[in-house]
Design a protein around this ligand. Sequence first.
Ligand code: ADP
Ligand code: ZN
Ligand code: ZN
Length: 782
Amino acid sequence: MRVAVEFGKSKIYTAIIANIHTTAPTAYEAKDIHQILDEYPIVNEIQLKHWEWISSYYMCTLGEVLRAALPSAFLLESETNIELYQGFASENELSDDEFLIFEALQHQPLLTIQQIMDILGKKTVFPIIKSLISKNAIVVKEQIYEQYKPKLIKYVRLKDYYKTEENLSQLLSSLNRAQKQREVILAYFQLQTTKKPIKASQLQESSGCSLAIINSLADKEILEYYFIQTDRVNFDGSENSLKPLTSFQQTAYHEIIESFTNNQTVLLKGVTSSGKTEIYAKLISEQFQLEKQVLYLVPEIALTTQLIGRLQVYFGNQLSVFHSKYSMNERVEVWNNVLDSKSKAQLIIGARSSLFLPYSNLGLIIVDEEHETSFKQHDPSPRYHARDAAIVLAQIHSSKVILGSATPSIESYYNAKQGKFGFVELINRFGNVQLPEIELVDIKEKYRKKRMTGHFSDSLITAISEALALKEQVILFQNRRGFAPVVECETCGVSPQCPQCDVSLTFHSYSKELRCHYCGYKQAMQQLCGACGSEKLDTKGFGTEQIEMELNALFPDALVGRMDLDTTRGKYGYHKIIGQFEAQEIEILVGTQMLSKGLDFANVTLVGILNADNMLNFPDFRAHERSYQLMVQVSGRAGRAEKRGKVLIQTFNPYHQILQQVSTHSYEEMFKEQIDERWQYNYPPFYRIIKLTLRHKNFLKVDDAAIWMGKSMTLVFGNLVLGPSTPSVSKIRNYYIRNLILKIPQKNSLSKTKNNLQKIINSFQVISEFKSIKLTIDIDNY
Ligand code: ADP
Ligand code: ZN
Ligand code: ZN
């Protein structure tokens, strides 16, 4: 259970009692528990076990895991800010103390818990705040989350008085002279036959009368209004039964079930549009029959509106979405529903943080698009990988895991080959649509022959024109946003840099700004070079904005849309663009890697990749694997219905082995080559990688610290240590950065290595000049 505990004289924090023992501490004097906050636990033992694993595996504290896991409303502390919940109007339900707080919040927008203690003249305030939260009177202030506005729907009903036949007939005859009002009442009875609550708007529509007429009936106390808060994950439709599986899907499904008998985890490798989702749906419904919970993990929930829509059709009110962009109240609601094993939370769809919910009875975890790098959390700690943590969670629950992807990660495919995971493959697309035809366009050649218009080759322009003529849709991919990543003076060669980071500023032409994509710094675009005053400023490279602008010039009649971080801010930003594209209000959609994630549009027949080279040249041992995955996934958006799709990839280097493998759909070949390289250069899965990052505002200090750390690590681990090195972006937000890498061969014990590393870190942290260095440890830095 949660307890409030006191630190120092006045600080109060929330903690969880994880273990009860009778060994008195010797190093310090224990204080009393201030109060117990729960009547029944809100965290279960399975969770605690899982959190302990995360803390020990990822070398972080249990407290850091707790903070990542619990919605902040559960972790009140004296500094927590409280504010009024807009729309609360039931003051008379409040106790005296609660009312005092409510009243104080009428006069000032925010109160800290410390201030509340002062107002009430007591320290025992957490239960009062808890009660106010549960009555929806107040919320914990959270800057990072969008405020949740409850959606209230206005309903009408007949006053009780008119429920007797006598009073009713009297009413109807009295309304003989008010024809319109009579029509409203008759329409009301018509609607009442459905035995469902009647919305005011519905009544207005079916009676054909204005709202003023209904209002006048309410004024006369014949009708009355009431409000119902619509459910946060809204589902109106009726549930539909699952689609019958095709024979290929059927076979794959049986192989999965078979494989589960001796494997906990099964990798399902199915080409894009092979119907993996339908197989998941079948597996989910099976778990429901066993009354088990299912977790459906997706890389990024905001990009999953289509998937949620599809699953809602099948599982309607048994599905809850857990979303880090939801407000605290919404997250608390899902937490409580899972805790109480409510049927509406039997299927949870969520991103990595949904691993932390209080499941008691998990039967299956689905990790969709398991290759996606956003499953790994980089900041803050715990820096966990949701796929790996899901497998551990499933072990604790004795449940099964299915990893699905068209382009599995090298690690998972290797594990399947090694027999650690079961393996099932789907090689046919649904409806036997062929995989798209992929053509590599050599733009070096095109530039030489003057066949380029801006960043478009003649081949791409022709293909787009053809698609538009047939009223088909087009997706264009460019993995940079903004207009141009570098602005450069033609006279002196200087380009504007971020004052806080070691990167060039990106030019955004819509806002006429220069922005830093690392820290968010922005300034107005300069007319003159800041170094020499020349007017000749040139741009280098290109982003989605520039492509959009060129499209508008090339195809002035086409409807062009753009989907990147700049156009999808806010909870529904992404939703809106997808909706427009679905409704064919957008014909050509330009975007960044957001486009690669699980979109399913029947009418898209052409995909263009503007420049394949910059992703291939990224300095990272996974760059080739990732480029392959990204290009195959983006290509997979083409030709999902009857017609075979077409993909054009523009590149300066069409003979690059990865591009050849993409164009021939040769995953196996890609895997062989990559795994050989991993073997040769001691990378995962053959070696584990621990990455240490040191940061400080003082360049010399971070250098000293990194050298000290490098020496100490080398003493213990020898040549398994790489670095210290300076990353390609060596300064972010005024912090200079140094990295150290520790590569651990499979035969070495990981826990022993971590123990030794922890000892070094402990010695490092007591050196006074290094106290201010920010040190982070990242295990399996994917
Ligand atoms: P994947 O997840 O493998 O990319 P999807 O599950 O999105 O593939 O399926 C691709 C398309 O084919 C979807 O529009 C889906 O509705 C349709 N589809 C897949 N399986 C079936 C089926 N058995 N019956 C009807 N439609 C199906
Ligand atoms: Zn200049
Ligand atoms: Zn910056």
